[in-house]
Design a protein around this ligand. Structure first.
Ligand code: URA
Length: 425
């Protein structure tokens, strides 16, 4: 087998054979196929696509590149959720302990942020002492003890995806439905969860900007999960506006703890409960009551146990940025738009995200919202607060926000977009 003929085949819109796919994924993982060759193939896939059978084989080859975990020895059914990434998307933080409090085991392997979207591990690292890297044995111990664990995927899990994702990130080949679907599902299937709920984000702050693309991605992933024996459901959810009232690591942890304490912004609570219900149903626990588990403090108890089990202190004060700057409302009227992508870029420029994988994030940096679309705002009153340790970044964040805020005359009718736009099972 030679790599140039595989690249040429996809360049010329041919179907890749099973043998070609198995060989190229394995040879790339072993270093026999060079990065520049895989970049060319990834670009050919982005431009010319893959059919269902090719995507399934590509996913299977990525799973086979590493180890598979096994949670079948646990007394509880396993349930996991994966979000395709958004702005202010802190849902994993309240959701994992909530679903565990309702009787499922939640092995949540999470990632770091890159670009304008935040990463769950970066958020949790703002809790003093908390550790993202666990061995497989430690992960199982936390899962047995607390019912939920949120940690980094080990090096042994789908190493082909680890290498390919890093390459796609720097070669403009992230936004390909076959490559996104196989990347996400290879990790989730290798992780060994029995059921999976996908939160496929749609809108300016998401990879998928249109409902049509999001539906295709969701259907592809649901098909891959089902074919591998994982009960998989996808919710298509709105990402045209940031989720909740915060974007940034420690700011989002604070908001998540508010949700676990029975408060928090309505959209975060609504989406957390919608995902929890689907996770519990997929795990075979349809009668569990996640609303009660939020209200009676049992989800908060699991959160505290889970954070402690990973070395964190749930009572320690969270880091705060050294400097803040208030962005006032530009006019009096109805706030009709607050663009998710712009807020994500602003938070990123303030230091909440990284430009290169090896950069450190500022734990206290980010954007706090004082109003969401639909609210009446008064000219000059605080609309956003920007947080950073490095105030020289304020002008760049303000630049990102130019055009992101629309205030319409008072009385302008406003129909909020529903959070959950569709469901694919
Ligand atoms: N998340 C992943 O894990 N992979 C992708 O390709 C995109 C988002």
């Amino acid at each position: 087998m030679d790599v140039i003929s595989v690249i040429r085949a996809k360049r010329d819109r041919a179907r890749l054979t099973d043998e070609q796919i198995d060989w190229v994924v394995d040879a790339y993982t072993r270093g026999e196929v060079a990065d520049e060759q895989m970049s060319a193939l990834a670009m050919a896939i982005l431009l010319n696509g893959m059919d269902r059978a090719e995507i399934a084989r590509w996913t299977a080859a990525m799973i086979a590149s590493g180890e598979r975990m096994d949670f079948s020895g646990l007394a509880r059914p396993t349930a996991d959720k994966h979000s395709t990434g958004g702005v202010g998307d802190k849902i994993t933080l309240p959701l994992a302990p909530l679903v565990a409090a309702c009787g499922a085991a939640v092995p949540q392997l999470s990632g770091r942020g890159l670009g304008h979207t935040g990463g769950t591990l970066d958020k949790l690292e703002s809790i003093p002492g908390w550790r993202a890297s666990l061995s497989n044995t430690e992960m199982l111990d936390v899962l047995r003890d607390a019912g939920a664990v949120i940690c980094a995927a080990g090096d042994g899990l789908a190493p082909a995806d680890r290498k390919l994702y890093a390459l796609r990130d720097v070669t403009g080949t992230v936004e390909s439905i076959p490559l996104i679907a196989s990347s996400i599902m290879s990790k989730k299937i290798a992780e060994g969860t029995g059921s999976l709920v996908l939160d496929v984000k749609v809108g300016s702050g998401a990879f998928m900007k249109t409902l049509e693309d999001a539906r295709e991605l969701a259907a592809t992933m649901v098909g891959l999960g089902t074919d591998h024996g994982v009960r998989t459901v996808a919710l298509l959810t709105d990402m045209s506006v940031p989720l909740g009232l915060t974007a940034g690591n420690a700011l989002e942890v604070r908001e998540s703890v508010e949700v676990l304490a029975g408060g928090g912004p309505a959209d975060v609570v609504e989406l957390t409960l919608a995902l929890a219900r689907d996770m519990l149903a997929a795990a075979g626990l349809p009668d569990a009551d996640p609303e009660k588990a939020l209200a009676d403090g049992s989800a908060m108890d699991v959160w505290r146990r889970m954070i402690r089990a990973q070395g964190g202190d749930p009572d320690a004060p969270l880091p705060a940025a050294r400097e803040t700057l208030v962005v006032p409302a530009p006019a009096t009227g109805v706030l009709t738009a607050l663009d998710a992508y712009a807020v994500g870029v602003a938070a990123w420029r303030l230091g909440a995200g990284r430009a290169r994988k090896e950069d450190a994030v500022q734990l206290g940096a980010g954007v706090e919202l004082h109003a969401k679309p639909g609210a009446t705002v008064r000219e000059g009153a605080p609309l956003l607060t920007l947080h950073t340790d490095t105030p020289e970044r304020f002008p760049y964040a303000q630049e990102a926000l130019a055009g992101a805020i629309t205030v319409s005359p008072q009385g302008t009718p406003f129909t909020p977009r529903p959070i959950v736009l569709d469901r694919i099972a």
